[in-house]
Design a protein around this ligand. Structure first.
Ligand code: G6P
Length: 608
């Protein structure tokens, strides 16, 4: 996820663009850049780091020109540095582009262009687009962009200018969002409404597969195949603050609702329809996966909860003993980590001090280190031998949601890749998982439609001081994360445990009305978990179950049921966590808490 901003009109473009990018920093903040047309040539300024650095550079050396585009980046291809920051140009400086999203076939496109003699100055997929458009340009930017995007595959938004056409900006939306802002004698273009709201409230939403052509006095939308589109203008009534959260009251809820898109991005270009897998930064030596005899997973907080799911998935699919360990414990435990093992360090930020220390220890002991992280160029990614980026986009709310869900998807992709090398996954299981994974973003969307039902159930938790989350196997792993969400933001004491453990102590705390959340998706242990429900029901508990939509049994046992679509049991965590995120959210809202910045907690813990 990145932020895009464009301006064409009578005013100086750069300050307007910088101001717009500031309001889009929630979409990315690892580097930023601006390109401006001064009537004769295009000038680009860009800088690694937060937008403030670029703004300071421009304050010293202003860019003059009234047509420009800008970008705030959240890296997906290429480390966050000056070189990889957008905008990108072709070598002659004729075409300049910014882009948000992923060009899936950029390696093939780049190889083609390189074979024709093209030189690249960055590692990005974006630069390839600048080359392609320049290559296709015959005097009309719109037509050049149309031809270039005809060769590109992926989910992205692209904005381009040509040196030979001052006062014109052309853009394309392929899934990633784009809106036009209509001013008086001036036009704006942005990834999201907050960037332009204080200039105009008249907005046109660009839809998928559409091209945009803007000049100071006009805008035009057409389809990729050239048919004009008649689109009505919208008047936005949100406040600037509301707009930044996409109309959601909190970033956490926005991020929960972004999960179908985040899951799509995690899978994008990695798992093809025919089942082929491309994990570009995972490059095991020959035979490594085949001979692997131990996997260590290490992380903290939510990331470790994703690791607990990974442990079950790796052991089931790969038959490799796997341990998921708290990083702060592992680093002092003198663990039996040996060469030939794989250590997967999971971290949204890639900067958690304990996780870095445990990962370093594993590496020192000869283990191969794989980073499963959301932040390109993070310390963890730099230290790892292999990297799998989750591509969740920036996560603002302290309580992690979309990062967790995309970590799970990353683990399934890894398990499939290693399983294929070991030849241990039956073809039918492999097929079933591939199909189910490809369909998972839509199913996450279906779970989100139950939000109002979850909200109604949340009301039953509000006055309680203690809640319990139970499940077995993978359901227990999900219960741990559901419980953590609940305590982080609702401040209700919450514990998760395997359903079979209840009777060894915790049952003493279950009294009339105690809420017990039961996750119940695993066929082999279903009846056993139902027995645990009966134990807590006998003590008067209020039982809320998370179960498949076609489970006809559960309503006989639970007081309330949160339904998820059917998927292979191994994948159920990806769906089962979603109602639990929503539950924690609504309980915390009803209790009047600060949702995005809960007390005493930090997004990233970079000290021990
Ligand atoms: C903090 C955050 C958690 C996060 C944990 C690990 O405690 O509040 O949400 O799960 O750190 O962070 P990481 O960036 O390593 O995933």
């Amino acid at each position: 996820m990145c932020g895009i901003m464009g301006y064409v009109g009578p005013r100086d473009a750069a300050p307007i663009i910088i101001d717009g990018l500031k309001r889009l920093e929630y979409r990315g903040y690892d580097s930023a850049g601006v390109a401006v047309h001064d009537g004769t040539s295009l000038t680009v300024a860009k800088a690694e780091g937060k937008l403030g650095r670029l703004a300071a550079m421009l304050a010293e050396h202003p860019l003059v020109g009234s047509c420009g585009i800008g970008h705030t980046r959240w890296a997906t291809h290429g480390a966050p540095n000056d070189r990889n920051a957008h905008p990108h140009t072709d070598p002659a400086g004729e075409i300049v582009v910014v882009h948000n999203g992923i060009i899936e076939n950029f390696v093939a496109l780049k190889e083609n262009l390189a074979a024709g003699g093209a030189d690249f100055s960055s590692e990005t997929d974006t630069e390839v687009l600048a080359h392609l458009i320049a290559h296709e340009y015959q005097g009309d930017l719109l037509e050049a962009v149309r031809r270039a995007v005809g060769k590109a595959e992926g989910a992205y938004a692209l904005v381009a200018m040509s040196r030979r056409e001052p006062d014109r900006i052309v853009a394309v939306r392929m899934i990633s969002p784009l809106v036009i802002g209509i001013g008086k004698g001036e036009m704006f273009l942005a990834s999201d409404v907050p960037a332009i709201l204080h200039h105009t409230r008249d907005i046109v939403v660009v839809e998928n597969g559409e091209m945009v052509d803007i000049t100071p006095d006009g805008w035009r939308i057409e389809t990729l195949d050239g048919r004009p589109v008649d689109r009505a203008m919208l008047e936005i009534t949100w406040s600037a603050e509301q707009a930044e959260r996409g109309g959601y009251p909190h970033f956490m809820l926005k991020e929960i609702f972004e999960q179908p898109q985040a899951a799509t991005d995690t899978l994008s270009g990695r798992l093809d329809e025919d089942g082929s897998l491309v994990l570009d930064k995972v490059d095991f030596p020959d035979g490594f996966g085949r001979d692997l005899d131990k996997i260590w997973i290490t992380a903290c907080g939510t990331a470790l909860h994703a690791g607990h799911v990974g442990k079950v998935v790796f052991e089931r699919l790969l038959r490799v003993p796997t341990e998921a360990a708290f990083a702060h414990e592992l680093r002092y435990a003198d663990p039996l980590i040996a060469p030939g093992s794989l250590t997967i360090a999971i971290s949204q930020s890639g900067e958690t001090a304990d996780t870095l220390a445990a990962a370093g220890l594993a590496k020192n002991r000869g283990s191969r280190l794989l980073a499963l992280t959301n932040v390109v160029g993070s310390t963890l990614s730099r230290e790892a031998d292999d990297i799998l980026y989750t591509r969740a986009g920036p996560e603002i709310a302290v309580a992690s949601t979309k990062a967790y869900l995309t970590m799970l998807i990353g683990e399934y992709l890894l398990a499939l890749a290693i399983g294929r090398e070991r030849r241990v996954i039956a073809a039918a299981t492999d097929d079933e998982l591939v199909r189910a994974l490809r369909g998972i973003p839509v199913k996450i969307g279906e779970v989100l439609k139950t939000d109002q039902e979850v909200e109604a159930i949340a009301a039953r938790f509000v006055g309680h001081d203690d809640v319990y989350f139970i499940g077995r196997g993978l359901d227990h792993a999900v219960a741990m994360e559901g419980s953590l969400k609940m305590k982080e933001i609702s401040y209700i004491h919450s514990e998760a445990m395997p359903a079979g453990e209840l009777k060894h102590g915790t049952l003493a705390l279950v009294t009339a009305g105690t809420p017990v959340v039961v996750v119940l998706t695993q066929k082999e242990v279903y009846d056993k978990t139902v027995s645990a429900i009966q134990e807590v029901k006998a003590r008067g508990a209020l039982v809320i179950a998370v179960a498949y939509e076609d489970d006809t049994e559960i309503a006989k046992h639970a007081d309330e049921v949160l339904r998820i679509p059917r998927v292979p049991d191994l994948l159920s965590p990806v769906l089962a966590i979603v109602p639990l995120q929503l539950l924690a959210y609504h309980v915390a809202v009803a209790r009047g808490h600060d949702i995005d910045q809960p007390r005493n907690l930090a997004k990233s813990v970079t000290v021990e």
